[in-house]
Design a protein around this ligand. Sequence first.
Ligand code: NCD
Ligand code: ZN
Length: 343
Amino acid sequence: MDTLTLTRPDDCHLHLRDGPALAAVLADSARRFARAVVMPNLRPPVTTVAAALAYGERIRAALPTGADFTPLLTLYLTEATPASELRAAKAAGLVGVKLYPAGATTHSDAGVHRLEAIHPQLDVMQDIDLPLLVHGEVTDPKVDVFDREAVFIERHLAPLVARFPALRVVLEHVTTREGVEFVRAARPGVAASITPQHLSLNRGALFEGGLRPHHYCLPVLKREEHRAAVLAAAISGDPRFFLGTDSAPHAQTAKESACGCAGIYSAHGGIELYAEAFDAAGALDKLDAFASRHGADFYGLPRNTGTLRLRREPVPEPDSLPFGDQRLVPLRAGGQLAWQIAA
Ligand code: NCD
Ligand code: ZN
């Protein structure tokens, strides 16, 4: 099979940034995806419905003419988020509320310090059926960085899912066997998004012939056994696993630094990278549901109706892309993508 026709997919976890960065990256997502769940970790974070709607307007204004792309907006949860804002978010069609443990990742300093402090908000979200999107890592410096997801699940996520039995929860960018097993064993209403890098790379990619800042993201790449578990979940056909690129652009200078930022840019190959991983696993027939149905069904959105055609034919990737007045180094820079979008 050298061509593949998919229902237009959705990216259920995307960082679009703002201003010139937004303008530089948006077309890559809009060309591939009908919709994307857009993360609220701007500076300042998107903590109000008014800010989210204004951000949605800026995204629409930055779309190339003729593009058919709908941003699905989210709210950044803080310990001070009032119940009224959550109800307004639901009423305004925001699709979820993002929980960043304070200090866990890029622009998470306004996030949550103590999970107990947001129990009132979780109560309201459970009542009004507004999903909680979780960056699932502990920030305890005593916990090894490679164990932070597994420890978060055991210490925090499992108790939270039990305490709020009707709250819908997405374990974003699942990276471990423990994460996959947790979702599989969980009650209904618990799901996980999966990135292309966690499907196709293990932590060896961070040190291949030298230090590789463009393979650094959070949660960090894990051992091979975990990559294999994440891939198995993605190709299993289980509707609790769906596509979320976590494409997270940072300027080349911010990545290639003594203290490089976390985040991998993958929107330029936002569906092609998955096609390659599914193809390598002999599971191309499972890609359509993973990319185009499971996420929509979880969020209670209509499935997309258009199609996107892919062709198995390598395309070389440039070393970098324009990014405002900076440069952006995409995943596979200087290499190639095995699939491309058929015109
Ligand atoms: C994301 C970013 O840069 O905004 N970085 C990342 O490594 N994934 C934040 C996040 O999703 O954790
Ligand atoms: Zn993210």
